[in-house]
Design a protein around this ligand. Structure first.
Ligand code: SF4
Ligand code: SF4
Length: 326
C-alpha cells in the first residue's frame, strides 16, 4: 500500500484498467500477469469475485516467475487490485446486445471491436459477451440498428461479494448527481473505511470547468483522507493519436488550477504519448490509467496464445507492453 502511495506522490502511479464490464477471466489474468511484470501499481477490474481471483492468479504467477528469474523482469511490482463499482448510471458498466433479426452479417462491428469480443466464425459474426467491456464502438459502426447497449448491475456492496480487506476500490460516478454520490458513500461508509485506496472516477466530459471544480470539491468533502480523482476524458476508445490525451489533460489542468487537493490521475484517451504530454506541462499529475490502449497493444497474444505459449513469450510481450510506462 505504501509503495502505491509513494508512486502517487512521485507522479509515477500506473494503473491498468481491464474494464469495469470485462468479465473475461483469461483477459484479466493475462493483463494482470503482463502488467505487474511491467511495474503497474494497480490493476483495475470488474467487481465480481471471479475477476478478483483472476487478477490475483495473474499477479501471483508474475511473482513466481520473478522469484525464479529476477533479472528478466526488474520492474515487477505485486500490483494492488482495484475493484470498479458503479455508483449510478455509468457507461462503463454495460455490454452490447445484438438483435439478430436486424443483423445482415456485414461484419462492420467486428472490425470496430478492439476487445476480441467480436470475431468471425464460419463467415458470421460471433459474440463473446464476457470479453465485451461496453465501449459501444459496434453500435457506432452498425448501419442496421442491430446492436444496442444494456446496463449490467453487479454491485458487490449489494451482493456482499467483497474481499475481506479490499486493497483499493474505484467509485464510478457516471451521470450521478453529487447528492447521489454522497448518499452512496454514506450508505457504504463502513466498507469504504476499510479500503486501502479510494479512487473516484469522474466523467469530466459532462461538465464545464466551473461545474467540474464544484463536483470535485464536493467529492473531497465526503472523505477524511486524500483520494484519487480519475479525470476521465474520452474513455474506451483506444485512441493512438496525440489528441486522444488532450481532454483528460485539460480536465486535470482545471482541477489543479482550482487547487483540488487530491491525487489527480489521467484516464480516457491515454496512450503511449500521454506521459510525453505531461512532461511538457508543469502539472503534478499523480499518474496515468491505461485501459483500451493497454489491452489493444497485446490483444493478439492474449487471444491467440495457449497458456504455454503465453508464458514462454512473456519477455517479448512485456517488451511491447512496458513501452507504455516509459
Ligand atoms: S454491423 Fe450490425 S448488421 Fe453488421 S454484422 Fe454487426 S450487428 Fe450485424
Ligand atoms: S465493440 Fe465494444 S461494446 Fe461492442 S462488442 Fe466489442 S467490446 Fe463490446
Amino acid at each position: 500500500m505504501q509503495k502505491v502511495i509513494k508512486s502517487l506522490e512521485n507522479g509515477t502511479y500506473r494503473k491498468i484498467i481491464c474494464g469495469a464490464a470485462n468479465t473475461s477471466e483469461q483477459q484479466i489474468e493475462r493483463m494482470s500477469l503482463v502488467y505487474s511484470l511491467c511495474g503497474a501499481d494497480v490493476i483495475d477490474i470488474a467487481p465480481q469475485r471471479e475477476m478478483y481471483e483472476a487478477a490475483k492468479r495473474g499477479i501471483s504467477m508474475a511473482a513466481e516467475i520473478v522469484a525464479q528469474n529476477p533479472e528478466l523482469f526488474p520492474k515487477f511490482k505485486p500490483s494492488l487490485i482495484m475493484k470498479s463499482i458503479n455508483v449510478g448510471d455509468d457507461k462503463h458498466f454495460r455490454k452490447a446486445n445484438f438483435n439478430l433479426a436486424q443483423c445482415v452479417q456485414c461484419l462492420d462491428c467486428v472490425k470496430a471491436c478492439q476487445s476480441g469480443a467480436l470475431t468471425v466464425d464460419d463467415g458470421k459474426k460471433s459474440f463473446n459477451q464476457q470479453k465485451c467491456y461496453g465501449c459501444a464502438m459496434c453500435v457506432e459502426s452498425c448501419q442496421h440498428n442491430a446492436v444496442s447497449m444494456v446496463m449490467i448491475s453487479d454491485n458487490p456492496f449489494a451482493t456482499g461479494d467483497f474481499p475481506e480487506k479490499p486493497d483499493a476500490i474505484e467509485l464510478h460516478t457516471g451521470n450521478s448527481s453529487i447528492e447521489k454520490v454522497k448518499a452512496f458513500v454514506e450508505l457504504h461508509k463502513n466498507v469504504l473505511n476499510k479500503v486501502g485506496i479510494i479512487s473516484i472516477s469522474v466523467d469530466t466530459m459532462r461538465f464545464n470547468a466551473a461545474e467540474l471544480v464544484d463536483y470535485a470539491t464536493a467529492l473531497l468533502e465526503m472523505f477524511d483522507r486524500k483520494i484519487i480523482i480519475q479525470a476521465d476524458g474520452v474513455s474506451m476508445r483506444g485512441g493512438s493519436r496525440k489528441s486522444s490525451t488532450l481532454p483528460t489533460l485539460s480536465a486535470a489542468l482545471v482541477l489543479f488550477n482550482a487547487g483540488i487537493d487530491a491525487y489527480i490521475q489521467l484516464s480516457g484517451g491515454t496512450n503511449h504519448l500521454t506521459q510525453k504530454f505531461v512532461d511538457m506541462t508543469d502539472l503534478k499529475i499523480a499518474g496515468i490509467g491505461f485501459g483500451t490502449f493497454a489491452k489493444k497493444i497485446i490483444l493478439n497474444y492474449i487471444e491467440e496464445y495457449s497458456d504455454d505459449e503465453f508464458v514462454s513469450n512473456l519477455q517479448q510481450i512485456t517488451a511491447i507492453a512496458g513501452k507504455l510506462f516509459e
